[in-house]
Design a protein around this ligand. Sequence first.
Ligand code: CA
Length: 228
Amino acid sequence: MAANILVVEDEPAIQELLAFNVTQCGFRAIQAMDVASATAEINRALPDLILLDWMLPDTPGVELARRLRADQRTRNIPIIMLTARTDERDKVMGLESGADDYITKPFSPRELMARIRAVLRRRMPQMSEDTVRAEGLELSPTTHRVSANGSSLDLGPTEFRLLHFFMTHAERVYSRAQLLDQVWGDHVFVEERTVDVHIRRLRQAMEPSGLDRLVQTVRGSGYRFSSN
Ligand code: CA
């Protein structure tokens, strides 16, 4: 699954360069020229990572970073700040505002991509290509294969993403809205009961192995992947 990267940069040449590199690396670039349009994009669908310029025409990038960190829905989106500033004090301020990493212009595209990958690996384990295992389940993002107690499971793409998310976020309860944000990337246009439909399909596929018990309904709250 390609990560969606929101690129917030007002200088057209740099915006294009960033979007080009992001796309070349197999990610999807969503472009915004200022904080207002970035906010509109984030309200529509949560990006997997934000490349955020410091100097923007309407509001400073650090201010957006602060707002995102203060909001329950957006607090975990990884942010990499981009800036021409090299001042140590600004760097500290950028990181204090909640950015995960910091890169100064001019940057080498290679370094930037390496940092994007590192931040995604750290912050969004479901974006990693690593094989994940839990109980008798084994899921490989690269081959798109899942097995339960050694026999392969036939999952649709949504059930696959849902299971991958659950396996990398075990023991935590997620509401339907949170699952829509995290797995579908869209909490506005997809109805919450869609989640229930795919949970049901996922459980049906897991049933023969008895591992459907791992996907638990938490009454009044949502769902949890748990071995207990
Ligand atoms: Ca700028």
